[in-house]
Design a protein. Structure first.
Length: 491
């Protein structure tokens, strides 16, 4: 044994204690590192290994290896890893461990606590971690005996204990067992993300076993892919909600400030025309605030599945006429034209008049807001489909900024705004709510747009004129009836 190996200790490596320890704040995991002899260290682990704990444990050995190299010129070490009380570990912890082991050339790991496991798995671990020599042993005495054979402080860092094998099994079964264990090891060690393929003839006794393993592995791949996609979508939704909070704060603070200022000006105004102008501005600002609040409340109701849809008979042309007049005035103030095509006479339909108004309001608001030159057009029509079934169409088109195909793909997502609209007022909820309300009515919103030329939104919903008035609620929680509940009265 080298003379330097006698001087090795945890204190000699620059630490303040003879034992290194990490305890998880919640008490779910503990690891302890003691020096045995030479460059051999004993690691004891117990509890559940999460990603934070594995990073702490890896950090301890990173510090030990750095100190070994700096103080004694020894670039590797031997770890006796005792895990009889480990209760499991997270997938991310396993990824951290695998990444670290890949960067530890020359390290030998002897894991104690593997009694009852097939000994051939030593070979499998060696294949899965080529830069680190990993072995499964049954006792501390066996681990220490084997560790001494490859202690770098003794100058034996290049030597490894002989790998064990299932020599008593017939060769075909031994080969299949090795392949089976390696496959299972890869599914676990590679986190189920690396495809595994087999080339085993159908008449092989192990064919069905490997076919079942392949199916299980493919299921794991699919589950991981879905989980990763859902995680990314959840993270993006949280980012959008964070932006929503900031946007709502700005969108409400600005008009509130305007209302306060205009109210003060109104109180001081002596000219009736000047007072009327201030009053109109206060009203317009308050309406904009009301739309924002309605969007937020509608988003909460629809998102919680608490929205309701009333199906009643009403005159579509008469219902939206005041709305068209309101936006015609807004368009006039911006200096753009406002055209409307509405059939003469009554236009009876069956549906939710308030939801229709909310959807059309959103479409018209966007059209006027994002059109600086040109015009906004509205066209209303009702078509017969089959027998009593009919379909109403409300088309809103503009000559505004337009929307790219890429942005159209997530146009109806909550809290989503296109790059071209991000600098303008709004919180990114209007179109998503309008689309969900249209779907609740059994309808849809289609979009056609060209960047720089304008957009056309077509809101449509089917109906049958039956003279009744029905309130439809969304379907109940899973486990209850899938059929929407209804409450009907005679109109």
């Amino acid at each position: 044994m080298n003379a330097a190996s006698h001087a090795i200790s945890i204190r000699a490596l620059g630490f303040d204690t003879d034992t290194l320890e990490y305890r998880h704040p919640d008490g779910t995991y503990r690891c302890t590192v003691r020096h045995v002899e030479g460059a051999i260290f004993h690691l004891t682990q117990e509890g559940y290994v999460d990603e934070g704990s594995i990073l702490k444990m890896i950090g301890l050995f990173r510090d030990i290896r750095t100190a070994l190299d700096k103080v004694f010129g020894i670039k590797a070490c031997v770890i006796i890893n005792e895990i009889p009380k480990i209760t499991g570990g997270s997938l991310l912890a396993k990824r951290h461990l695998k990444a670290q082991l890949s960067a530890w050339p020359g390290v030998h790991v002897f894991t104690v606590g593997a009694r009852g496991m097939v000994r051939i798995i030593d070979t499998i671990l060696a294949r899965l971690t080529p830069s680190v020599s990993m072995h499964l042993v049954d006792s501390l005495d066996e681990a220490l005996s084997s560790a001494r054979q490859c202690d770098p402080a003794r100058g034996l860092s290049d030597e490894t204990p002989p790998q064990r094998s299932c020599g008593s099994l017939p060769e075909p079964y031994r080969d299949r067992l090795e392949l089976l264990l390696e496959t299972i090891g890869r599914i676990s060690w590679d986190n189920g993300l690396v495809p595994v393929r087999f080339d085993i003839p159908p008449d092989d006794p192990f064919h069905d076993l490997f076919a079942a393993l392949t199916t299980m592995h493919n299921d794991i791949l699919e589950i991981f892919a879905r989980s990763e996609k859902n995680l990314l979508e959840a993270e993006e939704a949280n980012r959008r909600k964070d932006r929503l909070i900031a946007d709502v704060s700005h969108e409400l603070r600005s008009p509130l400030t305007s209302i306060i200022v205009m109210s003060d000006m109104l109180a001081l105004a002596r000219d009736p025309q000047e007072a009327r102008r201030y009053a109109d501005q206060i009203r317009e600002t308050a309406l904009r605030m009301n739309r924002i609040i309605e969007d937020i409340l509608s988003n909460a109701l629809v998102g919680a599945g608490k929205g309701t849809v009333t199906s009643c008979r009403f005159d579509l042309a008469e219902q939206i006429a005041p709305l068209l007049d309101q936006f015609a005035m807004e368009a006039s103030r911006k200096g753009i034209a406002f055209e409307k095509t509405v059939p003469g006479g009554a236009l009876p339909v069956q549906g939710d008049p308030l939801k229709v108004l909310q959807i059309v309001t959103n479409l018209l608001s966007n059209a006027v807001k994002y059109t600086d030159t040109g015009k906004v057009k509205v066209a209303i029509a009702v078509q017969d489909i089959d027998g009593r079934a009919r379909k109403a169409f409300i088309e809103v088109s503009d000559t505004g900024i337009g929307i790219s195909e890429e942005d159209q793909a997530h146009l109806f997502s909550r809290f989503s705004r296109t790059p071209a609209t991000a600098s303008r007022r709004g919180i990114g909820l209007g179109l998503s709510i309008a689309h969900e309300l249209a779907c609740l009515m059994g309808g849809d919103i289609a979009v056609k747009s060209t960047p720089g030329k304008g957009s056309t939104f077509i809101f449509s919903f089917p109906f049958i004129l039956d003279g009744s008035c029905t309130v439809v609620t969304p379907k109940e929680e899973s486990g209850k009836s899938d059929t929407p509940s209804t409450r009907a009265t005679t109109a």
